[in-house]
Write a protein that binds this ligand. Sequence first.
Ligand code: ATP
Length: 350
Amino acid sequence: MARLDIDRLVKRYGDFHAVRDVSLDVADGEFVVLLGPSGCGKTTTLRMVAGFIEPTDGRVRLAGNDVTLLPPWKRNAGMVFQSYALFPHLTVAQNVAFGLEMRKLARADIARRVEETLALVRLGGFGGRLPRQLSGGQQQRVALARALAIRPDVLLLDEPLSNLDAKLRQEVRVEIRELQRQLGLTTVMVTHDQEEALTMADRLVVMNEGSVRQVGSQRDLYERPADRFVAGFVGRSTFLEGTVEAPGRFRSDGGLALACSGGKTGRGVLAIRPERVEIGPTANGGLDNSLPGTVEFVSYLGAQIDIHVRLSPSDRLIVQIANREGGFAPDVGRPVHVGWPASAGQVFNE
Ligand code: ATP
């Protein structure tokens, strides 16, 4: 295993910047997830690391060696594709052997390595089957075995779980993570699924429009989002538009005077996490912000309830509460009080 250095990678298609100046160091054995909306450049970044796309600019170093211009089979990176990309006419064993044959290992070594790797992904005995004789989850494991068989310096996973159903996805998440830890694999995974990213990553990289917006732990991104985009993409936030009148004092466009943290004087947006807001029939004077409102919309999501509260003609707040027996009954039209501490409202200047 090895460290991976991505240094100011750029990919342009004509005038369009698919990836702008992306830099990232991945430590030996670390599991890093690139997270972002569709089209943000995460797959392009991963493919440049794997060698399937040539960068317009920037470098990729693997174990200290510059591999930027090497073809995929000459850099020791194992890649798992979203579609698995198994060869349909080759058996499971032949699929797993593919990268080893490209690297011209001796036949006996290949057979041994294939067997070992299939056992590792719990597919011992499946070597003679064709991909179409396997379930989706098993095919996904063959793709993983093919990537692992070459004993890669870095494992690259491109939305590897998106073709699996929800329950299987949760199981395979854990399997991949355990295998990655057991083997000490340096891993980069791409996903647009926030929950998948949060549960699997040691560290997350949030991308938007070709650029890295923030790199950090789950806690960093959630507690200290760098900008409005991250505050809305990782977890949820209600955004109130308005003006920072003085540090810690925000006035919404609807006229609400609110205590907040951060921000410079001038136009800004106040981001409030729905689960940090308290709601009840009476005001809670102990909180920095305490306001009357009216319940306008309620969605029951099972374990939690989202309550949309109208605070002014142009300010509406989402409050998330746990669905507990005998808890607060948020009927539409009901007058309520909401409250939150200043620290739960973060200001971003526009
Ligand atoms: P998704 O989750 O949808 O796969 P992504 O973040 O992985 O999205 P990329 O596949 O990296 O996005 O694409 C980034 C941008 O580059 C997109 O706007 C895409 O349309 C554009 N793009 C990708 N390949 C090409 C190409 N060959 N020519 C022109 N534009 C391209």
